[in-house]
Design a protein around this ligand. Sequence first.
Ligand code: SF4
Length: 562
Amino acid sequence: MFNQGSVFARAFLYLTLYSICVISIIDKLNFDKEEDVTMRQTIALTVPYSNTHRTAEENLGLGYLAATLRLAGFRVEIIDGWLENLSHEEIVNCVVALPNLLLVGISAYRSSLENAARLVRDIKNRISIPIVAGGYGPTFFDEDFLAAGFDYVLRGEGEKSLSTLACVLSESGLILENVPGISMLSMGKVVRGSMSHCVEHLDSLPFPARDTVYSTIHSKNPISVSTSRGCLGSCLFCAVSAFARQHDGTRWRERSVKNIVNELEMLHQKYGAKCFKFVDDSFLEPPRGEIWAESFSNELYLRGLTEISFRTQVRADRLTNKIVEILSGCGWFATGLGVENWSVSALKRMNKGASIADNFLAMEYLERHGVYVQMGMILFDWDTTLVELKENLGILKDLSWPVTKGIFTETYVSAGTPNERLLLSRSDVQQKRSVLGHLEYRPCVPEVDVVYEALRLWHRSHSSVYDHAINPITAPKAIDRSMYRKYHDICRRLYSMDLVFFERVLEMAEHGISKLDVQTETMVQVSDFQTDYERIEREIVLLDQVCGIGYSAYPNPFLGET
Ligand code: SF4
């Protein structure tokens, strides 16, 4: 037992030790700050504003790059112009003000090339600095990005190649061509380095930097988490598998359950995060099955993460009732499901792994366990037939659970996909390269083309309402589940209105009504439904206000010209 004197003595000792610790921590912080400014080289990672109908989300790719570069000893600043709603000038000012700048990295889509090119021009007007582009767009359009003024493009996954590029630039004597996945100009010609390397063991990566986490939480967005990368499917239209072919290594890689839950636990404890978006291209691939679902669920339970919710993207042919039951019991509340089409022949043309039966079963399991489904659809390609459209209409009318982004959906022919090669080889298909980089085409069957054009006109006339209504569901916004249900109900109403119009147009096409007459009828229908869409939009705005959600997006640029 201690006497009073010894208690005071110990208290004094603890206080002294505590003060020494605090002072040394402060010293360390000051030292780090000092070192940041005067010693360490800085890399700016930025995202320009994007002119798409999508709303900004946390850029997890930049988070991974920042964490990897920091581990390699660089100072990194993330300036996410899209998420933080920064003007062009603000982004430029932030970048050029950074001390000891070594390199600027810009993450861009092909559709945001114009904004990215402006950034390059205005940064280079103020400082002399190498600028590199990365992401899906630059990977498949390296020539366009180099022509727009970028010094380098890094194709494929960026963690290894960007760290290598930063090391090469910071240490003279190393050779740029040795950076895996690099593209650059030499004597006016594009020179490409070797294939880029992907990170085979995802657990070896540091957790992504969360510099923009407060903006994410503030805008009621979920916290993005990547539990795997890639997909084992070989759908001909898919940019994910085309991107995977840019690397050596396995086509689907996963993190261990412990590693995933460690990150979720950290995000929950540090930021209070409860709503997550698993941004995996395909959340469930073998060996993930019922045993995996059980162990994931158990681990969440053991860590006390019993109130989290998460959204995924899954393949129908990977689901069983048991998997859905287990995962919905530990927070799985919404998913994207790539059904694509309800016709056997259309699925075959896409080389889709899932069958119609798989799609039906998946839909049944998900509805049974209350997991909301945003059904990915591709109604048209250049070989679509009227029979296929009728098959789709028949089944779509019977489904009572999923929501979609609208009735007009078509194969998006991205660069680098097998579909692009297929389409280019078809001299009988009317096609052209769009200014956004993908191929545009018309369906070959004239009656199908009539329906295609009518649905496109119909959808484009109301596209802002569809995009606005589905935004809280796709994001998904971190809102009360009852509010989520209200957005879902609105999307279901839009779904029903779409089908009424689809049926009418299909009938007209089957009866050989001319394209011009169908278009005239479409405009009449658009006008007749105008007040309904306006009323729905007012409802969405009201819901947004109740939920505290802001909405800011451009019109969908992929719906063609008026
Ligand atoms: S299943 Fe989905 S992610 Fe996988 S290849 Fe097909 S479309 Fe792409």
